[in-house]
Design a protein around this ligand. Sequence first.
Ligand SMILES: Nc1ncnc2c1ncn2[C@@H]1O[C@H](COP(=O)(O)OP(=O)(O)OP(=O)(O)O)[C@@H](O)[C@H]1O
Ligand SMILES: [Mg+2]
Length: 321
Amino acid sequence: MMRSDLSGHLTEVQPSPGRQTLIECREVKKRFRYATKGSFLAVDGVSLSIKRGELLAVIGESGSGKTTLAKIMAGLIQPTSGRVFFEGKPITSLDRRERLNFSRKVQYIPQYPDLALDPSWYIYDSIAEPLRIHRMSSSREEELKIVRSVSARFGLSLDQLRRKPRDVSGGELQRAVLARSMALNPEVLIADEPTSMLDPSTQARIVRLILDAQRELGFAVLFVTHDLQLARVISDSVCVMLGGKIIEFGSAQEIFSSPLHPYTSSLFSGSTFAGETKDNAACPFYSQCNLRAEICCNSTPPEFNIGRFRGVRCWNLGQPH
Ligand SMILES: Nc1ncnc2c1ncn2[C@@H]1O[C@H](COP(=O)(O)OP(=O)(O)OP(=O)(O)O)[C@@H](O)[C@H]1O
Ligand SMILES: [Mg+2]
């Protein structure tokens, strides 16, 4: 498999089939119940796995369930049903020591960095605190060395570390959030639209830093984004979400060169889709789809597997009708 870097060069990356699965979820659903009345199924039966060193992009429109799925994978919210496995073990059955290990190895970068750090703490302490919790430094000198080194990697000066979150820019805050996660030397980085709040040039610089760190340190990344161009350029594999479901997945190269689900095609062609108008059809794309048939309204398409790592939830591809 080839991956194109941000400047357009092609570099070899290890093919995913031989790699070991690090984290996966199986048949995960999340139903939010409203305090007043009713409920909403934000994630509807999602299974996916992330292999060691892989960069998996999750794409889809606003409200499709990307953040909810990312938080479930990071163990930050409990699914209503289904399970998340880390290194083969359900995260709900981890003992105290294993749970601590999970919370070090799986790092979550939130969509809104301003909510990530304690506003009353100096940035230095926010980066150092997880090191203290995980006993990753034996002295204050060693702690300072780790914090300085990881902050320098993400372009933060000592002066910026001595400030509070309100006294740095959005880009600097996101660098601090990344440095805090990276100081723990994680195996999986779950990055939820980590640059969507930033201007394009800062966005490109921060993505570059994440990719450089990944290349050097070999951690896996679940990268949530609605920036299709970015997903095409950075990812090994892609999951497309719609209405809480993964409606298509495969290698980035296959997904972008030959999308199979009508929704994926419409997303790439830039067609607008009224995602909020959720009808009750079994397929979330039913009312917009040119290929719809009766079965698409009444019966949820299963995941039709095409090849070893390619799946599509569309009756049109699974069964002639
Ligand atoms: N805590 C919550 N309580 C109730 N509903 C929620 C909650 N969190 C998310 N939702 C709903 O679940 C759906 C999916 O939300 P989610 O944040 O996962 O979407 P998203 O794909 O990340 O969107 P965006 O691209 O805008 O970030 C939305 O309709 C949202 O309103
Ligand atoms: Mg989101």
